[in-house]
Write a protein that binds this ligand. Structure first.
Ligand code: UDP
Length: 317
């Protein structure tokens, strides 16, 4: 298959490029390098492209005639989305709408979309399955939910078929060590803790210790980036198998770890002590997010290989 990997220079996208290439697909990365890195694209062609640029998108669809598009190119920081919502609605929602238009105009009707657990907001029950009500509490989650809603209508009207994956917390690195998480500035918990372990930061802050959770700190469900990438391939194979209905899947390991637990685990695994600061809550954070991935397991054969938190952390050391 010929696959467009939009955002292939980013953290999850670059892992996807590698896996799709190794699975024998022709991969073409489209990226505007706003947060991604050219040297993270280890395989296939690279085409500079901003998804806001309709002419450039059309040119590339005509050049490669891809079978499917995998879309990873989004801003994904909850805190930033609270202070700069325009950036999120413009890139994530408007940009994706533009990409979908180019797909329809060029008769490419298979779409894999990276959505997020942030579409759910504060959970009404745990673990969160696909039927859980969607009530995002930050612009990031809203910007992604809007796309999910657009996709339903694009399927009905234009026959666009999609698989939406709602990630819980993507973590870990590829075993080669060549692909890493390189955000600037970094805001995610595990890479920040690892910077603290390496002495590149003085301390790690815990954002809030008064949540309604086991130890007062936020609970998240961490999933290894290669497990995420593998299930994307299963998703695209499903779509290309013919007569596929559009689908939505939640992806996590079904187990929650608090911020404090993650910090303790890193100390245990690395044998390093480091400074921890109890800080204020970060705006927009739900207390607990834990996935039920039963549907992906049953329907797609999702079978995580690095499913223990200790093993996920070890890929970072
Ligand atoms: N967090 C924290 N200190 C940090 C970074 C994150 O306490 O320096 C918390 C954050 O408030 C959230 C959890 O760790 O509850 C995971 O945050 P991250 O940004 O990694 O992912 P998110 O859940 O926002 O997608």
């Amino acid at each position: 298959m010929t696959l467009f990997i939009v955002g292939g220079a980013g953290y999850i996208g670059s892992h996807m490029v590698k896996l799709a290439h190794l699975a024998g697909h022709e991969v073409i990365t489209l990226d505007n390098l706003s947060t991604g890195h050219r040297d993270a694209v280890l395989y296939g062609a690279f085409e500079y492209c901003d998804i806001q640029d309709a002419n450039r998108l059309n040119e590339l669809f005509k050049k490669y005639t891809p079978d499917a598009v995998m879309h990873f190119s989004a801003y994904s920081l909850v805190g930033e989305s609270m202070s700069d919502p325009y950036k999120y609605y413009n890139n994530n929602t408007v940009g994706t709408l533009n990409l979908l238009k180019a797909m329809i105009d060029n008769d490419c009707k298979n779409f894999i979309f990276s959505s997020t657990a942030a579409v759910f907001g504060n959970p009404e029950y745990i673990p969160i399955d696909e039927k859980h009500p969607k009530a995002p509490i930050n612009p990031y989650g809203k910007s992604k939910l809007m796309i999910e809603q657009m996709l339903e209508d694009f399927d009905t009207a234009y026959g666009l078929k999609y698989v939406v994956f709602r990630y819980f917390n993507a973590a870990g690195h590829d075993e080669s060590g060549k692909l890493t998480e390189r955000h600037d500035p970094e805001t995610h918990l595990l890479p920040l803790i690892m910077q603290t372990v390496r002495g590149e930061r003085e301390a790690i802050s815990i954002y809030g210790n008064d949540y309604d959770t086991k130890d007062g700190t936020c609970v998240r469900d961490y999933i290894h980036v290669n497990d995420l990438s593998r299930v994307h391939l299963q998703g695209v194979e499903y779509l290309m198998g013919g007569d596929a209905d559009s689908k939505v899947y939640n992806l996590g390991n079904g187990e929650g770890f608090s911020v404090k637990e993650i910090i303790e685990k890193v100390k245990e695994i690395t044998g390093k002590e480091f400074k921890v600061i109890e800080d204020d809550r970060r705006a927009g954070d739900p207390a607990t997010l834990i996935a039920s991935s039963q549907r992906a397991k049953k329907e797609l054969g999702f079978a995580p290989e690095v499913d223990k938190i200790d093993d996920i952390i070890k890929t970072l050391t």
